[in-house]
Design a binder for this molecule. Structure first.
Ligand SMILES: Nc1ncnc2c1ncn2[C@@H]1O[C@H](COP(=O)(O)OP(=O)(O)OP(=O)(O)O)[C@@H](O)[C@H]1O
Ligand SMILES: [Mg+2]
Length: 358
């Protein structure tokens, strides 16, 4: 029994712990000795996507039964005194991914006997994605440097091979050696493919002849609509363009901007092998002063475990893909001071390209 004097103090502690579980922006799990959940904070129930009534006093084995062990927020060892500090865990709830930082420890009574344990976690999703962006742009910069050097070294010999092949082709033609002439044609086509790849490589490093000017995004999109439509027809995809009137102008390189839209539309179309709808729409974000272009497809969507990688150079899930498309787009938009975001929840995918307006 507690002394009378401890009354008000206890009251204050009780109030604090109540407030802690209700208001504070932290996930808290209190665990009893029998590995059941004794209490849980409101924020934890939100992140976990579980009802308090459903999980209170339930065994944690049962609560996390469907979760792979590396994503479990509570391990049984916590009751054996295993202390955890700043442990990073990813948690997925209803297709939304949370990056959590987790602390846990035991609770002891005055004799030092373990009577339970607690787990406290903080949602650091935004911080983590910033960190990833920094890492990604570091990696891109490095790949860019290597690419620039390599591309240059590949191009020079290619030019002379191409030159001599053209001479050979002409000779074969003059001598009526049709078979040999057709071989040289195949070789020249293949060389052109290598050249195109090298060009993309060079774009990754630093676009060479960038000319920034005031650009009307609607006009750029209208200009490339026929090209996108041609591609769409091949895949039985319907194309819909929702232009918005009076978009503010952006400062960008026209050709590069076209390339970004084409790449992302092409990806969308390629994701709809059984047909579907590609929708391009525009809006203005007055708060952040951006022009935003949404490119939405009704395709297969992007699995959670893939979505982090799609902007990495050479990441592809396609047999004939180079995996450079999105990393080049990212580079181009990044250089304009904009961002590309992707959301793929449930059905289809939306890429949002935001570019600051003039
Ligand atoms: N709209 C989309 N729907 C589904 N998956 C997509 C979509 N856009 C991109 N992806 C995924 O991202 C990966 C990387 O795309 P990226 O454009 O960088 O390369 P790629 O399309 O595979 O190759 P390339 O662009 O060189 O032809 C794709 O292989 C695909 O798995
Ligand atoms: Mg692509």
């Amino acid at each position: 029994m507690r002394d009378r004097e401890e009354g008000p103090q206890l009251n204050l502690l009780q109030r604090f712990s109540d407030a802690f579980l209700k208001d504070i922006n932290l996930g808290v799990l209190l665990i009893s000795m029998d590995f059941t959940l004794a209490d849980v904070s409101d924020r934890a129930t939100q992140i976990l996507g579980m009802d308090r009534e459903h999980i209170l006093n339930k065994s944690l084995d049962e609560i996390f039964a469907t979760v792979p062990s590396q994503h479990k927020l509570v391990q049984r060892t916590v009751l054996h005194g295993a202390v955890v500090r700043n442990h990073a865990v990813s948690w997925t709830n209803n297709m939304e991914r949370f990056e959590l930082l987790l602390d846990s420890n035991v609770l002891k009574d005055s004799q030092g006997n373990i009577v339970g344990a607690y787990v406290i976690f903080k949602d650091v999703t935004n911080m983590r994605s910033l960190e990833e962006m920094v890492q990604r742009s570091d990696r891109l910069a490095m790949i860019g440097q290597i690419a620039a050097g390599t591309a240059h070294e590949i191009r020079n010999p290619l030019t002379s091979i191409k030159g001599f092949l053209q001479v050979l082709r002409r000779t074969f033609e003059l001598q009526g050696m049709n078979k040999e002439q057709s071989y040289t044609e195949v070789m020249l086509e293949e060389i052109n493919r290598i050249n195109e790849l090298v060009n993309e490589f060079l774009l990754l490093s630093k676009p060479k002849h960038v000319s920034y000017e005031r650009i009307d995004v609607t006009e750029v999109l209208r200009g490339i609509l026929p090209i996108i439509n041609n591609e769409a027809i091949l895949y039985s995809v319907h194309l819909q363009y929702e232009a918005s009137s009076h978009l503010p102008e952006v400062i960008a390189d026209r050709e590069l901007l076209k390339q970004v839209f084409l790449n992302i539309c092409k990806n969308g179309i390629e994701a709809m092998s059984d047909g579907g709808m590609l929708t391009i729409s525009e809006k203005v974000d007055i708060v952040d002063r951006n022009v935003c272009i949404d490119i939405h497809d009704t395709g297969s969507g992007i699995p959670m475990f893939v979505i982090d990688k799609i902007f990495d150079p050479f990441f592809t899930t396609k047999d004939t893909g180079t995996g450079l498309g999105l990393s080049v787009c990212q580079r181009i938009i990044h250089d304009m001071g904009g961002t590309i975001r992707v959301s793929s929840k449930g059905f289809g995918t939306t890429f949002t390209i935001s570019i600051p307006y003039a």
